[in-house]
Design a protein around this ligand. Sequence first.
Ligand code: HAM
Length: 423
Amino acid sequence: MAIQIPRGTQDILPGVVEKWQFIEEQARDLCKRFNYKEIRTPIFEHTDLFQRGVGDTTDIVQKEMYTFEDRGGRSITLRPEGTASTVRSFVENKMFGWADQPVKLYYIGPMFRYERPQSGRYRQFVQFGIEALGSADPAIDAEVISLAMQMYQGLGLTRLKLIINSLGDQESRIAHKNALVSHFTPHISEFCSDCQNRLGTNPLRILDCKKDREHPLMDTAPSILDYLNDESRVYFEKVQDYLNTMGIPFVVDPGLVRGLDYYNHTAFEIMSDAEGFGAITTLSGGGRYNGLAKDLGGPETPGIGFALSIERLLLALQAENIDLPIETGIQCYVVTLGEMAKKKSIHLVNELRKAGLSVETDYLDRKIKAQFKSADRLNAKFVIIIGDEELERNVVSIKDLQAGTQEEVVIETLVDVVKGKLG
Ligand code: HAM
């Protein structure tokens, strides 16, 4: 039996990969405009990093990590997300000492989570994410959100919904946590075993439980917004103020808690409300994680970021019927007729490619008609026809497939003529 691809992964084949490249280019271009620099971290890290970074009580760490022992007996995990690695690198490379602060970084790469695969949910998916470390200015929260929105809007998406919340600082979180414990304790036996554990470890996670979503106590749970201390409230107001200044519409949703433990203050998600988008409507999420650098052994450093997956972005584009402007054609197809012509074509194809043109030719000894068909299929702009008879006169023909015109040119001028025509 032939071996098949693992569940929850996908091959991205020619014809579709161009969309990925286009999106990745847009992301890079956007980051350039916002002055975020690329960072590349390893795809695997020590398991401790995610236990400490993402949090022991999260679904990601408890149920979804690809963890294995390497041959040296170390526990290694395929990264489930990019923030912990980025902050680890920030600390390890002492980026807090860099002259330019905040340090603004972005990444594009595969992440791994052992989740139940479905539309928009994979076990290997590609995240584009950004992280800004070293500033506790609410303006940078607004900048991160603005970049996320521009990524989608720049590709033509309109059915977007931005929801934001504040998870407050530590003092506010402790007050909220106590309120949650009082709220859930009398009825905790009606909740799933995970939630019963969460009550003692991290009651905020109960609000994120998929199994107990319908329990009446969920709707009446104390809202974090009622427990924000003055500092956290003012911070959140400023973020909203800046979003308004930039004309970015948003909805405050006190139920937004996010699935990772490192968050405090601002948390946000961008959803698609396009019909046919499917059950999972979250396109991206992010937020502030002021304690994370310290938790990972660095100095106290504020940070904020977000990440989106390209898989869900593509689904949103499909749901809104948006075609990306993908160029798949080649510039020249070289058709050969005869033995001498074949030899000459090898040289000419090489010269054209050296001059920077995209060029294809026949490698299957096809008849001339079939070669023209290939040129058509490849969407070639020009067909260059090399025949033994023309070679004797030191010329080749160039046919413009769109205009239907054809002309002969002296071989030595071919590269310049083609380049001239392409403009
Ligand atoms: P997250 O909400 O776990 O946050 O993931 C961010 C995004 O990654 C999701 O909104 C979704 O687009 C995508 N994603 C997550 N899991 C899957 C999956 N199984 N299949 C396809 N796409 C998926 C984080 O990862 C944080 N590190 C974001 C962040 C950066 N916060 C601060 N900085």
